[in-house]
Design a protein around this ligand. Structure first.
Ligand code: NI
Ligand code: MN
Length: 232
């Protein structure tokens, strides 16, 4: 897998850090403190310029408000989620919606569809959080990474390939709340990335899909199994 100078770190579950060749730090789906897979040394977040949130479930935005207050990144998510984050104290948000693209830091971000729910657990209430989404992130060196968020497989992943042609796909494989390896393998057929990094598995017992199963099912796509805390 050629990252062309982008540093990609998996913090476990759906949380990834991407360090751009230009020196910006992008954090996707920040869930570190309560994340059973996140290594201790990674729980002390040092720098975030851009915070991308795919949807409002706790295992994706668990630490988003805290990190936004501490590091003042530009928070990118769907409009309703960003509005909620602002109410909770995030200073700099740039809410968007599916189909749109914007430049933040030194990356461009396109918000794409995801097939999933999106309620925000706020105290004892579930608040409407807009819709769940995925992101195609393009770096200045041309590398494109698709973070699918939480999703089922859907036919329009083919549109994502035709319009954006991501080099690398970060796909959930854990089953139960998201795709299992079977659906993720089908997603690879639609997306045709050069490499796929499995995520959203093994955190809880119900997230039982494994990278080994995905490897057995896909052809022509490199399955890159990362360990929590590992940087590529
Ligand atoms: Ni979710
Ligand atoms: Mn999730």
């Amino acid at each position: 897998m050629d990252l062309k100078g982008v540093k990609l770190t998996w913090l476990g579950h759906a949380t990834f850090r991407m360090e751009t060749p230009g020196g910006k730090t992008v954090l996707v789906d920040p869930w570190v403190m309560g994340n059973p897979l996140c290594p201790e040394k990674e729980k002390n977040i040092k720098k975030v310029d851009v915070l991308l949130c795919t949807h409002g479930h706790f295992d994706h935005i668990g630490d988003a408000v805290e990190i936004a207050k501490q590091h003042n990144p530009t928070v990118v998510g769907i409009f309703e989620l960003c509005t909620w984050m602002e109410k909770k104290g995030a200073k700099k948000t740039s809410g968007m919606n599916k189909g749109g693209t914007q430049t933040v830091g030194d990356i461009t971000v396109t918000m794409v569809h995801a097939d999933h729910s999106c309620g925000i657990l706020d105290g004892d209430q579930i608040i409407y959080g807009g819709e769940a989404c995925g992101f195609v992130i393009e770096f200045q060196n041309g590398l494109k990474i698709y973070h699918a968020g939480d999703t089922a497989v859907f036919g329009d992943m083919q549109i994502i390939r035709e319009l954006y042609a991501p080099d690398i796909a970060l796909l959930p494989i854990g089953d139960h709340y998201v795709m299992s390896p079977r659906e993720a393998a089908y997603a690879c057929k639609l997306l045709k990335p050069k490499a796929v990094v499995p995520m959203h598995f093994g955190t809880f017992p119900v997230l039982s899909g494994t990278p080994a199963e995905l490897k057995q099912l896909v052809k022509d796509v490199e399955v890159v199994e990362m360990k929590p805390g590992q940087t590529l």
